[in-house]
Design a protein around this ligand. Structure first.
Ligand code: 6PG
Length: 484
């Protein structure tokens, strides 16, 4: 049994790059002594040999690992989401005691976290699903952390996570998101927004390349310039780096030798699936997921290309084309974030979480993949009016979109006329126009549904629910239906 002097206040299970970096980050902070364990001991030995300064307390068994932790024992699991996580949870539940804390720091699906939290809580042990964003660099130097779980667990865990989180505007990028799966739910939304952001940037690049006629290095300069303004963000910054990279083997821009088929570990898919279930439009995120899917169907793409004899001429760029693209990118980004926060609102209602949207925007200002100045505007929007039904209602964002609207329309029409796919820009503009339209063709859809399914409809000129006797004399009757 370890004595107190060699006991740790926090432990990490799973020492692949993310886990090792998180352990090193924890060990580098005043007041932390870090216990580490990995199923294959070679990784543990490697971490200790490469980082003797960290003062890790290493164990070769989960039992010894548990014994090396001071109470309430607190361990962060950093293994591949899925069955591996369940196996480690079972082992820790066996070795831990009531009051101890098990944290899943992987990209788990929030419904798995809800299930796990309920099962582990039944043993008296706390279970926390924590989204950790920022990749390997973030894990080492400061991630954005989105823990769920009980307030009791956060009393112990909060200060430890605050000691390693990124800092934005003087505040650690971590907050207690809400109970059970709330943390992993918000991390899922972060990733959905990340997909949309990346897709919009890719579409802006494609337009600057194919309509603007710029080479990748020149486009990198444009992104660098945009990174000095409203579009300042990690994703804009790294885009310039990727576009500037030259392939050593061919001397070509690296982006031109990368196969144009985008992968996905599935976190964006989860966002769209759950938004659909919650009835929340997320066209920007969905089109980003679908764009990756389309790109990964080379056979279909080739088959269609074979049927085509000519493609449209590229329409000449407008005088201030670059600025039009920038404005369209910003407006579309506003829509994507507004839709992402709409899912957070709907999810919190559905799952009984009390999620502070302003606090979520605050911890996304640093450490995570979507970190950006832009998030300060979202913080202000929710501080000024917590009850807004959409970020597009906020005066700052309403003006930003209105200011960029004409450019946005020029870009979408130029792309359409030039045969350039802009699923993200286009979906965002149609979403905005749907919200902005005083009458939508949904009235006709209601008529169609009533014709073939007697699903009933409401009228604009009087209360009640109605049905037309389409297969009889086509008179209208009032009915008890829902009208929806
Ligand atoms: C982060 C990243 C991280 C990972 C995602 C995206 O927040 O640090 O989002 O979670 O890179 O899984 O990967 P895919 O694009 O493959 O879904």
């Amino acid at each position: 049994m370890s004595d107190r002097a060699t006991q740790a206040n926090i432990g990490v299970v799973g020492l692949a790059v993310m886990g090792s970096n998180l352990a090193r980050n924890l060990a580098s902070r005043e007041g932390n002594t870090v216990a580490v364990y990995n199923r294959s001991p070679e990784r543990t030995d490697l971490l200790l040999s490469e980082h003797p300064e960290a003062g890790f307390i290493a164990s070769k068994s989960i039992e010894d690992f548990a014994a090396s932790l001071s109470k309430p024992r607190t361990a962060i699991i950093m293994v591949q989401a899925g069955r591996g996580t369940d196996a480690v949870i079972d082992q820790l539940t066996e070795a831990f005691e009531p009051g101890d804390i098990i944290v899943d720091g992987g990209n788990a699906l929030f419904t798995d976290t809800i299930r796990r939290e309920k099962a582990v809580r039944a043993t008296g042990i706390n279970f926390v699903g924590a989204g950790i964003s920022g990749g390997e660099e973030g894990a080492l130097n400061g991630p954005s952390i989105m823990p769920g779980g009980s307030a009791e667990a956060y009393e112990t865990l909060g200060p430890i996570l605050s000691s390693i989180a990124a800092v934005a505007e003087g505040e650690p990028c971590v907050t207690h998101i809400g109970t059970d799966g709330a943390g992993h739910f918000v991390k899922m939304i972060h990733n959905g927004i990340e997909y949309a952001d990346m897709q919009l940037i890719a579409e802006a690049y494609d337009l600057l390349r194919r309509v603007g006629g710029h080479e990748p290095a020149a486009i990198a300069d444009v992104f660098d310039e945009w990174n000095g303004g409203d579009l300042e963000s990690y994703l804009i910054e790294i885009t310039a780096e990727v576009l500037r990279q030259v392939d050593a083997e061919t001397g070509k821009p690296l982006v031109d030798v990368i196969v144009d088929e985008a992968g996905s570990k599935g976190t964006g898919v989860w966002t769209v699936q759950n938004a659909l279930g919650l009835g929340v439009p997320v066209g920007g995120i969905a089109e980003a997921v679908f764009a990756r899917a389309v790109s990964s169907k080379p056979d279909q793409r080739e088959a269609v290309q074979k049927t085509i004899t000519s493609r449209p001429e590229i329409h000449s760029a407008s005088d201030n084309f670059e600025d039009d693209v920038r404005a369209a990118l910003y407006a579309s980004k506003v829509v994507a974030y507004a839709q992402g926060f709409d899912v957070i609102i709907a999810g919190a209602l559905d799952y009984g979480w009390n999620i502070d949207k302003g606090a979520v925007a605050k911890i996304w200002r640093g450490g995570c993949i979507i970190r950006a100045q832009f998030l300060n505007r979202i913080v202000e929007a929710y501080e000024n009016n917590p009850g807004i039904s959409t970020l597009l209602e906020d005066p700052y964002f309403a003006k930003a979109v209105a200011d960029g609207e004409a450019a946005w329309r020029r870009i979408v029409s130029t792309a359409a006329l030039s045969g350039i796919p802009i699923p993200g820009f286009g979906a965002a503009l149609s979403y905005y126009d749907s919200l902005a339209s005083t009458r939508l063709p949904a009235a006709l859809v209601q008529g169609q549904r009533d014709f073939f399914g007697a699903h009933t409809y409401k009228r604009v000129d009087k209360p009640g629910v109605f049905h037309t006797l389409w297969s009889a004399d086509r008179s209208e009757v009032e009915t008890e239906g829902s009208g929806h």
